[in-house]
Design a protein around this ligand. Structure first.
Ligand code: ATP
Length: 730
């Protein structure tokens, strides 16, 4: 059971031969040997499997309707050489490197993917529980020698074989592109099933979809008493494995001083423009929007906290969601990235709790929180917790956060001291419930942040288990709230199981649309030119904070190391790094010590980091929704930002159509070459990615009675509603 956003990091089934992928490229004359080709070959992968149903094509994209506003840049209409050198180390070995001299030592081509004997030490180390998984090490790691640092940062260390794949001994391993005997993905756990899938990735819920989630790395062992079926190994229980070292990491407590608790960044110049965004509320008897915090009638302590947090004006999603939640209604809310969804659910929940005269929770072996908030990644849930702590400051409401990668005992200790609001990643939550430290009888509010992610094939099964856990109030007895910037149709339908029939749907702007405060640029860059281009861009950017997204964990390490060698202070975050390292990396990025953060999808959603001015998609994601979330790490809360994406026609063509749509809708320039690709890749029935359903209807329910379209200030608008409305979706 995982608590991370993993779909992009699953080893791809198309890696079906043991020819090292880079060499394969070479020998296949570049036909399509994209080592990082993300187009799943198998329809069993969800993205692909759903790709036949993208409503975009049904909506008449082929007519070019959505392209009307573009101002195509001819200057971009130039293909880059995709076959030049500067590749990702064709035949070069990083598996058996020695970084003691702060540089990669190249192995021979045959050793590129092979287990190096040098890896053994690391493997043993990990088996003893002192793992250093990510080859790349932060400069402030205590055991990093000063000599090995570069540009103020650590360089790669260890001999873990970060880029090596062990020699597969079976077809299975070859197909999965993984290995069990060490190397990057090896030796975390013993084989879990008869299939020989002993690598670190495990399909969620044993679906074997090849997509499911990350199985918590070295998660602390929980002995399954047998009571809790959801924890069974077959179901992907994160803790069902009785092998392996325990996780001992205890995250440092957050600062307790008031200044730190209320630290915030400034809203940007476009904050007031939020008022112009059209908002659509569908469902029956929606309470009217509020226009000010005063209208919410919150208690004085909450109002004080809101003021200390620097909030003077509501964002659109807050104007609509707060009264809906205060009225006790279930809600599915979709609003653009960085527009204040967290406060939109936290404030009314806290207001309810205060109004109901919540009593301070005391030390108890079994805690019964009134509110459970789940989110897909550890860093995000921690951030939500900090927001909950901020807004509940000075009240008797106690928020607690628990997530994987940390010592389970620590989570338990936090909980038993009292818990009104439990912020949790799904895996750790189920573990704690299984340990009977959390009772669900008192749950009045269940919040799914990044709800589409929480309900998709990755986390959906766990969420279903959560709502069917003994004691969990039925949907009629609890209030269920879902928030995200994207809500594909299919996921909306699934959500019905969690929500009361009369839930309200709030759509701020375009469902799944990109934030307009982000200036988006798409560059056509072949995979072998990407590094050069990246360095060029980063050098121009200077010290401005930049997130660079790549598609795999090993590539994150690779690029981070490469940038360090180019003397660009960089850190990285991905799921193969230990939690301590992840938090350190995020901290270094947040404080500006490392202005560049190389990340996988694990950092795509929700993270709210001050002053991120640029997002670079070194690799485009598989789905357009993920693209929207990634670029939403910049341009937050009315601030402006820039996103540059490298589009490799070899691997990204399937994204051309949805990208054109997202760009057009956000009134961005659409390069003519991208349009060309979009049109030329059109195949009747092709629909791109399901998760890329930026084209989802506003509210998938048939019943549109009671629907009202208003601008964010709460007034009826005579303007045409959200542009997607004119599509016939149903
Ligand atoms: N009314 C407000 N006034 C000022 N700042 C606000 C307001 N509401 C939220 N913010 C700030 O805006 C930032 C973004 O908010 P938040 O992280 O909740 O966005 P989000 O919509 O959840 O984004 P994402 O879709 O990326 O998860 C945060 O720093 C938050 O404190």
């Amino acid at each position: 059971m995982g608590d991370e956003d993993w779909e992009a990091e699953i080893i791809k089934p198309h890696m079906s031969s043991y020819v090292p992928v880079f060499e394969k490229d070479r020998y296949s004359s570049g036909a399509n040997g994209d080592a990082f080709n993300r187009t799943p070959a198998s329809s069993s992968e969800m993205d692909d499997g759903h790709s036949q149903r993208d409503p975009f094509m049904r909506s008449g994209f082929a007519s070019g309707r959505s392209l009307g506003n573009r101002n195509a840049r001819e200057s971009n209409n130039k293909r880059e050489n995709t076959t030049t050198g500067g590749s990702f180390g064709v035949g070069k070995g990083f598996g058996n490197r020695d970084f003691s001299n702060n540089k990669f030592e190249e192995g021979d081509s045959s050793g590129f993917w092979r287990e190096s004997t040098n890896d053994c030490e690391d493997n043993q180390t990990r088996n003893r529980g002192f793992s250093k998984r990510g080859g790349y090490q932060d400069g402030n790691d205590s055991d990093a020698s000063g000599a090995s640092r570069r540009g103020g940062r650590g360089s790669f260390r260890g001999c873990r074989g970060g880029f090596g794949l062990g020699s597969p001994s079976s077809k299975y391993e070859q197909d999965e592109g993984t290995q069990r005997t060490g190397g990057l993905f090896g030796s975390r756990r013993p084989a879990l099933s008869g299939t020989g899938n002993g690598d670190s990735y495990q399909g969620r819920s044993g679906s074997g979809s090849g997509r499911g989630g990350y199985k918590g790395l070295n998660e602390e062992v929980v002995t399954d008493s047998g009571k809790n079926s959801w924890k069974s190994e077959a179901e992907g229980g994160e803790s069902g494995d009785t092998q392996g070292p325990k996780v001992t990491y205890i995250p440092p407590p957050p600062p307790e001083d008031e200044d730190s608790i209320f630290a915030h960044y400034q809203t940007g110049i476009n904050f007031d423009k939020y008022d112009n965004i059209l908002v659509e509320v569908s469902g029956h008897d929606a309470p009217p929007a509020i226009l000010t915090f005063e209208e919410a009638n919150l208690c004085q302590t909450l109002n004080n906290n809101i003021a200390k947090a620097g909030y003077t004006k509501l964002t659109p999603v807050q104007k609509y969601s707060i009264p809906i939640i205060l009225a006790g209604r279930d809600l599915m809310a979709c609003a653009q990235t960085g527009s204040g969804k967290t406060a939109a659910f936290l404030l009314p929940i806290l207001a309810h709790m205060m109004r109901d005269g919540i009593t301070a929770s005391r030390f108890k072996e079994l805690q019964e929180p009134e509110c459970i908030i789940v989110a897909p990644t550890r860093e995000l849930i921690n951030q939500i917790y900090l927001e909950a702590r901020k807004f509940s400051f000075g009240t008797c409401v106690r928020a607690v956060v628990i997530y994987g990668g940390t010592q389970l005992g620590h989570s338990i200790r936090q909980i038993v001291q009292g818990c009104n609001i439990l912020c949790a990643t799904p895996g750790r939550l189920m573990d704690i419930i299984g340990k009977e430290k959390i009772g669900l009888r008192q749950v009045r509010y269940l919040v799914l942040d990044e709800a589409d992610r929480m309900l998709d094939m990755g986390f959906g099964p766990e969420m279903k288990k959560l709502i069917s856990c003994p004691g969990m109030p039925s949907k009629e007895e609890r209030q269920t709230l879902m928030f995200s910037a994207t809500f594909p149709e299919e996921i909306q339908r699934l959500a019905g199981e969690f929500l009361k029939a009369k839930y309200l749907f709030v759509a701020v702007g375009q469902v799944g649309g990109a934030c307009r405060d982000v200036q988006q640029t798409i560059l056509q860059v072949g995979q072998y030119s990407k590094r050069e281009k990246l360095v060029e861009i980063l050098r121009n950017i200077g010290d401005e904070r930049t997130m660079v997204f790549v598609e795999t964990k090993k590539k994150a390490d690779f690029i981070a190391t490469f940038l360090c060698q180019e003397k660009i202070s960089t850190t990285s975050i991905h799921g193969d790094r230990e939690q301590r390292e992840r938090e350190q990396a995020l901290g270094d990025f947040r404080c500006g010590k490392c202005p560049v953060l190389v990340a996988t999808s694990v950092a795509a959603r929700g993270l709210d980091i001050e002053n991120v001015q640029h997002v670079i998609n070194f690799d485009l994601p598989t789905s357009i929704d993920e693209y929207v979330h990634r670029i939403g790490r910049t341009g937050r809360c009315g601030n402006t930002g820039r996103a540059v994406s490298f589009f490799d026609p070899e691997s990204d063509s399937h994204l051309a159509q949805p990208l054109v749509k997202v760009l057009s809708d956000a009134q961005q320039d659409v390069p003519a070459w991208l349009e060309e690709i979009a049109f030329s890749t059109y195949v009747p029935g092709f629909s791109g990615s399901t998760r890329g359903s930026v084209f989802a209807s506003i509210d998938t329910r048939k019943n549109y009675q009671g629907k009202s379209t208003l601008n964010a200030a709460g007034f009826s608008s005579s303007q045409a509603p959200n542009p997607v409305d004119d599509e016939s979706w149903d």
